[in-house]
Design a protein around this ligand. Structure first.
Ligand SMILES: C[S@@+](CC[C@H](N)C(=O)[O-])C[C@H]1O[C@@H](n2cnc3c(N)ncnc32)[C@H](O)[C@@H]1O
Length: 321
């Protein structure tokens, strides 16, 4: 349900809660029809404002469902590649290893492993059928074994892998201790378990400037899943509790440019993100205000490009021997 913490809403109406997905679908349908009627009547009414608020709040409760792989590539592709290669240098895995990648998404990190780590074999799993379908259509699929599976119940025997890695995934897993115990189970004794997540707690993900702009505008921006476990201290503690040894952690900063504001905006408004659904419920004039608020907070280079840093927190550990 919606948090009891109340921040300024997009239209200043009192907060309203809705329950099930069916409720949300109904509210969404009603608000779409109401929008059409309101536009014919020539503008804003109080009821429209309330419906829009209900819709925005119900959307804010929806989790990331990773059903739009092309959108994922547009938002995260460049960032994932940049941080993944720094991470792999730091982990320094042995060549000839059998790898399992957890939460492979579209296969970005899978490809980095294949291109830079000389593995003996790479298995890659993700619970989202859309992501696995996308990865399976890429050239990387000729070199890796992709399959649908959840980190909380890995379909592999004990001690099957030398390295178990996850890129930008741990925070999205609902039962993180269970997933870490599964990663430990399928890794061999003295094998490596490693991963990294964006520093959502410090709002330093690639969406940080976008989310800050939305907040500045007064929108109710939902917290990203697993934010509380995205700091170095929280990751350390998760790995300690899972019984790993030789734990090391570090932050990785990457700085990337966007060609211009449109490039940035297109990348940030993927269909699967709850923030995009909130924006979809805004009026035209609110959208204009939002664009200005987001634009005002962005670092623009003299050549017009938008450039900023994002921070990932990385962890690596050994399975007890
Ligand atoms: C931010 S994407 C990362 C994708 C890819 N590893 C990369 O670096 O680009 C997070 C991925 O974690 C997956 N995921 C979410 N919950 C999961 C779970 N319980 N077990 C395994 N993967 C999960 C999602 O489906 C999504 O593809």
């Amino acid at each position: 349900m919606i948090s009891s913490e109340r921040r300024p809403s997009v239209c200043g109406q009192p907060p309203v809660s809705v329950g099930t997905t069916q409720d949300r679908n109904l509210v969404s349908t009603i608000s779409c029809h109401y929008r059409i009627v309101a536009s014919h009547l020539g503008g804003e009414t109080n009821l429209w404002c309330i419906l829009r608020e209900i819709y925005a709040r119900s959307m804010a409760e929806l989790p990331h469902s990773f059903v739009d792989s092309a959108g994922y590539e547009r938002l995260m592709g460049r960032w994932s590649r940049a941080v993944g290669s720094v991470f792999l240098d730091w982990v320094a895995p042995p060549s000839g290893a059998r790898w399992l990648e957890i939460g492979c998404g579209t296969g970005i990190f899978t490809e980095l492993v294949l291109d830079t780590c000389s593995p003996a074999a790479v298995f890659a799993v993700d619970p989202a059928q859309a992501q696995i379908d996308h990865a399976s259509r890429q050239p990387v699929a000729q070199r890796a074994n992709f399959r649908v599976a959840d980190a909380q119940a890995l379909p592999f025997p004990d001690a099957s892998f030398d390295v178990v890695a996850s890129a930008l995934v741990i925070n999205f897993i609902p039962d993180r201790p269970k997933a870490l115990s599964e990663m430990r189970r399928v890794a061999r004794a003295c094998g490596i378990v490693a991963g990294y997540v964006w520093d959502f707690a410090a709002e330093l993900s690639p969406s940080g400037p976008f989310r800050r702009g939305m907040r500045q505008f007064g929108a109710d921006v939902p917290e990203l899943p697993g934010t509380r476990d995205s700091s170095l201290a929280a990751l350390n503690s998760l790995f300690e509790q899972a019984g790993f040894e030789g734990i090391a952690a570090k932050s990785i900063e990457v700085k990337l440019p966007y060609f211009d504001f449109d490039d940035f905006w297109q990348a940030q408004t993927t269909s699967y993100s709850p923030t995009t659904k909130i924006i979809a419920a805004m009026t035209k004039s609110e959208c204009v205000g939002l664009v200005e608020a987001v634009r005002a907070g962005l670092p623009v280079r003299p050549d017009g490009r938008i450039e900023y840093s994002a921070r990932a927190n990385a962890i690596k550990a050994r399975v007890p021997g």
